[in-house]
Design a protein around this ligand. Structure first.
Ligand code: KIV
Length: 289
């Protein structure tokens, strides 16, 4: 398999040629490596890590320092996919300067190739500013988890004609602002298809049907590594959690019945060295027996 980094303009060619784009989240070195070896096009270091890795209730508390740590690790493992790092809540909401500096940290210190920001409205100027500073920006519309409370919870968006039209307008706006791709999360399939057909930039769907130019799923959801119920748009391809629990249970049983470690897991020493060692040992003091 090639280890050449996917050139960013290749994503636009993939859209033009009708070749689906594959993105998966990764949050550390091994998941970056696994995603690379599986041949995905894009790795997203999502702030979903706040929930999947850090055990929090939402993505809102994710910090720049946490995203940097996760991005550095995942980027080290991601040999050929482009690495997109999520900008955490409030890292791009105050002003353009803040957005550029924080995006710059994810790129310079984290090793990301691009960053992702949620929303349109006030985010449009930030997308333009960061893109103008030379850092590719992926946009994210529909269910935007950082503002899920304001949206009424983790639920599908754009389900009325009015809301769907607003989404189309926002999609045009993020493209005009300079985004190179757009994530559409939990949007009715016909709306996502319409947006995908109308935009020049690729759309990457999650819970948005097959009319998008690509798909993204969260690593823990698709590999069955998380606890709890996966959202309806997830298809599970493995049961890593079940395999891990089973493996650790068998290890614990082997430790408890002393069948692990076995001889092949130990280190030998030359017989004469062992004899000398035993000869030189002080006899065990009977007072302390
Ligand atoms: O944080 C994340 O993992 C995401 C994806 C769900 C698109 O934003």
């Amino acid at each position: 398999m090639s280890t050449r980094k996917l050139p960013l303009p290749e994503l636009a060619s993939m859209k033009r040629d009708g070749r689906p784009i594959v993105m998966v989240t990764a949050y550390d070195f091994p998941s970056g490596q696994v995603a690379s070896e599986a041949g995905v096009d894009l790795v997203l270091v999502g702030d979903s890590a706040a929930m999947t890795v850090l055990g929090l209730d939402s993505t809102v508390p994710a910090t720049m320092e946490e995203m940097l740590l996760l991005t550095r690790a995942a980027a080290r493992g991601s040999t050929h996919p482009l690495v997109v790092a999520d900008m955490p809540f409030l890292s791009y909401h105050v002003d353009d300067r803040d957005a550029i500096l924080n995006a710059g940290r994810l790129v310079k210190e984290g090793g990301a190739d691009a960053v992702k920001m949620e929303g349109a409205g006030p985010t449009l100027g930030r997308i333009a500013a960061v893109a103008a500073a030379g850092m590719p920006v992926m946009a994210h519309l529909g269910l935007t988890p950082q503002t899920a409370t304001a949206l009424g919870g983790f639920k599908a968006q754009g389900r009325t004609a009015e809301a769907a039209l607003r989404l189309v307008d926002d999609a045009y706006a993020v493209e005009a602002a300079g985004a190179f791709a757009l994530v559409l999360e939990c949007v009715p399939a016909p709306v996502a298809t319409t947006i995908s057909e109308r935009l020049g930039i690729p759309t990457i769907g999650i819970g948005a049907g097959h009319g998008c130019d690509g798909q993204v799923l969260v690593y823990h959801d698709l590999l069955g590594y998380g606890s709890g119920k996966a959202p309806r748009f997830v298809r599970r391809y493995a049961d890593l959690r079940g395999a891990a629990i089973d493996g650790i249970r068998r290890y614990a049983a082997d430790v408890r019945d002393r069948s692990f470690p076995a001889v092949e897991h130990t280190y030998a020493m030359p017989a004469e060295e062992l004899a000398a060692f035993e000869h030189a040992l002080e006899p065990i003091n009977p007072l302390f027996d």
